[in-house]
Write a protein that binds this ligand. Structure first.
Ligand SMILES: [Ca+2]
Ligand SMILES: [Ca+2]
Length: 232
């Protein structure tokens, strides 16, 4: 068999496997809590112990404006994330544990945080408009991350309760997003669903790791993100 034929068959198999992986669009379910966690970048709150764990270890790699789907983490990175979500009538709570071997937070207050820094980028569409929120650990002060929003606020978010810490593995972020921030207070009840996505940003060469469920490469297309359901 010619090398080109073997190569073509390999490509076909790889694309079939990738299609199968992308077809599994995960639904993220936030558990309702009666005991809100303390926002201090400490996971030991009782509430978190009942939360579902979501793992993000797939990657879209963007280099010089070209986005390439990769079925696994880029070989030059070992970043991954474990995420936990809770909700009550007032807040959406998020805890993130990110593995990142060289945490770098190279941005200052007043700068967008989606380029040249490590951190999270959270996309959500809870009502009629989309939000994309950057959080980079430990810049405002030692334990308080910077937060920036691109589509609605176009600037810093300074009045949300958020905490972070740098760990041996990478960093952790704990945050309570008030539903009032998204003008979503009236919609919030068990069973409510909205598009949601999580991105791990790596400062080296604008690498992104994200899980939009279908593996689509369009960050602005909320129908391609995962679905977040508010559970019982
Ligand atoms: Ca805590
Ligand atoms: Ca890094």
């Amino acid at each position: 068999m010619k090398n080109t034929t073997i190569w073509m068959i390999t490509l076909l198999l790889v694309s079939l496997i990738a299609t199968g992986a992308m077809a599994a669009s995960p639904e993220w379910v936030a558990v309702k809590t009666d005991t809100p966690p303390t926002i201090n970048a400490d996971f030991s709150d009782e509430a978190w112990q009942s939360a579902n764990e979501f793992v993000l270890d797939k990657a879209l790699v963007e280099t010089a404006g070209t986005v390439i789907w990769r079925g696994g983490a880029p070989t030059q990175l070992n970043n991954s994330g474990r995420f936990y979500l809770l909700w009550d009538q007032d807040f959406l709570y998020l805890y993130a544990k990110v593995q990142d071997h060289d945490v770098f937070t190279g941005r200052e207050l007043g700068q967008p945080l989606n380029n040249g820094t490590d951190g999270l980028q959270i996309v959500m569409h809870p009502t009629t408009v989309r939000w994309i929120i950057d959080i980079t650990p430990g810049q405002l002060n030692e334990d308080t991350p910077l937060m920036w929003e691109h589509w609605q606020v176009l600037g810093n978010i300074l009045d949300v309760d958020v905490a972070s810490k740098i760990t041996e593995e990478g960093y952790e972020i704990e945050v309570a997003f008030p539903w009032s921030l998204f003008n979503a207070t009236e919609q919030i009840k068990a069973g409510y669903q909205f598009p949601f996505g999580m991105i791990i940003q790596e400062h080296q060469d604008n690498y992104l790791m994200m899980d939009f469920g279908q593996g689509d490469r369009v960050i602005g297309n909320a129908s391609r993100w995962n679905t977040l359901t508010l559970g019982e």
